[in-house]
Design a protein around this ligand. Sequence first.
Ligand SMILES: Cc1cc2nc3c(=O)[nH]c(=O)nc-3n(C[C@H](O)[C@H](O)[C@H](O)COP(=O)(O)OP(=O)(O)OC[C@H]3O[C@@H](n4cnc5c(N)ncnc54)[C@H](O)[C@@H]3O)c2cc1C
Length: 246
Amino acid sequence: MADKKWRRAVVLGGSMAGLLVSRVLSEVYDEVIVVDRDELADLPGHRRGVPQGRHVHGLLARGQQIAEELFPGITAELVASGVVTGDMTGNVRWIMDGEPMGDSHSGLLTVSADRPTLERHVRARVRALANVRFQDRCEATGLRFSPDGGRVTGVRTVDGASRGTTVDADMVVDTMGRGSRTGRWLTEAAGPGRRRNGPGSASCTPPARTASRPIPRPATSPWTSSRRPTIRGAGSAPVSTATAIW
Ligand SMILES: Cc1cc2nc3c(=O)[nH]c(=O)nc-3n(C[C@H](O)[C@H](O)[C@H](O)COP(=O)(O)OP(=O)(O)OC[C@H]3O[C@@H](n4cnc5c(N)ncnc54)[C@H](O)[C@@H]3O)c2cc1C
């Protein structure tokens, strides 16, 4: 396998971003290791590291095109497993600023897989790559630097049995989502009062809360009755022939 340009990449976080990044890196690295603190068993159902996965999730048009490019045939595979596809505005019911949006057809394909299903199919494709290895139930706890502190050379991890290890890497990619501590690790490594040059970050607290639940798939929009919606924004997307998430 030593025909690639670089030796080893470590991807921290094995969720959607981590899986797609691993697929791309597998083309240029001899070995790609995906580290995730969850158990990435290929069982149906939600997992702890992706709490947002219970909410309405769909693969929008550009995401579908990229997924298809990286994993040819994945859309047909999802459909064969019971996932619904359709027009992005024709298939999904939206409320914007309290107003139900009328039916329209955008011509853009959306894949209404629930999040665990989508992730499971993409993960199976990545698992099938010979030079990608998963290290799940393994938490990233820090970075290792070159002696001059100018380069990241590895990752510190702790596995499910509390065993600590350092994994060497020519490249480390952080796809740990919103709970990532990479910014803190870089700042700590730079020393007191010093900032390490790196990507800046910004955060905001949305002025709203999100709630979702599965409902029997309605024949029509669930708010076409006399009850006007009082919520600011909402969506209902079919996720199978029988179920929608609202
Ligand atoms: C209500 C809601 C609805 C959404 N709807 C959509 C939608 O319809 N379509 C869409 O495309 N996006 C949607 N999103 C956004 C989408 O959920 C996120 O953009 C996406 O999950 C981010 O993926 P990620 O791989 O970057 O991170 P995450 O999915 O958050 O995954 C982070 C991963 O890192 C792992 N991890 C974290 N810390 C560590 C550590 N220290 N060591 C090892 N592993 C670690 C976690 O276990 C997890 O697997 C929605 C988000 C919300 C909140």
